[in-house]
Design a protein around this ligand. Structure first.
Ligand code: URA
Length: 194
């Protein structure tokens, strides 16, 4: 692809991460969850942090929230999950799924930055408070950010609700679908139902 070999750049980021011991989460994790998908993806999702299932399997969004994210991508957007890239703000599971702490976010930041620079997607989606706030460099609440396009290093960013939130609040799915329609239009892809 133009701009160099995305897969090779991504592999270099993973190698740099190594057996990361840069923050306290190293002590409690089973597996580093780097994120996965197509290095040539035009669309990249950024979530919060691995949960128990992700920590077990070493893959992002493979638990219940992950199944809902898969449905949003495949049943809703009519894209293949394997064609997008999915990563998290934190690569290691916080104990008891507590929120990420500021120093953990800072320690992990260079790796998500490097992943985005390696992939250079056409559109980024920030999932929930942590994904959205990281990409947009803001502390604004997700309720205010959701649905409002921003940008990260020149790449359009759509902040939307986290799938784990949608599992508790199905009414939010309508808003997420509105946001994904905007994403599809930005990508020049067909919008199902239109
Ligand atoms: N929630 C996230 O934010 N990321 C995952 O990978 C799984 C659940």
């Amino acid at each position: 692809a133009a701009g160099g070999d995305r897969a090779a750049r991504l592999a270099a980021v993973r190698a740099d991460l190594g057996d990361c011991q840069r923050c306290r989460l190293a002590g409690g994790r089973k597996t580093i969850v780097f994120g996965q998908g197509n290095p040539e993806a035009e669309l990249m999702f950024v979530g919060e942090a691995p949960g128990a299932d992700e920590d077990e399997q070493g893959l992002a969004f493979v638990g219940r929230a992950g199944q809902l994210l898969t449905d949003i991508i495949e049943k809703g957007m009519k894209l293949r999950r394997a064609d997008v890239f999915i990563a998290n703000v934190l690569k290691c599971r916080p104990p008891q799924n507590r929120n990420p702490e500021s120093d953990e976010i800072l320690a992990c930041q260079p790796f998500l930055e490097a992943q985005i620079r390696a992939i250079r997607p056409r559109v980024l989606v920030g999932l929930g408070k942590f994904g959205a706030q990281w990409l947009l460099k803001t502390a604004a609440p997700i309720t205010r950010l959701r649905g409002q396009l921003g940008e990260y290093e020149g790449i359009p960013v759509m902040p939307t609700y986290h799938p784990a939130y949608l599992l508790r609040n199905a009414a939010g799915k309508k808003d997420v679908w509105e946001d994904m329609k905007v994403v599809l239009r930005l990508l020049g892809k067909p919008v199902p139902g239109e």
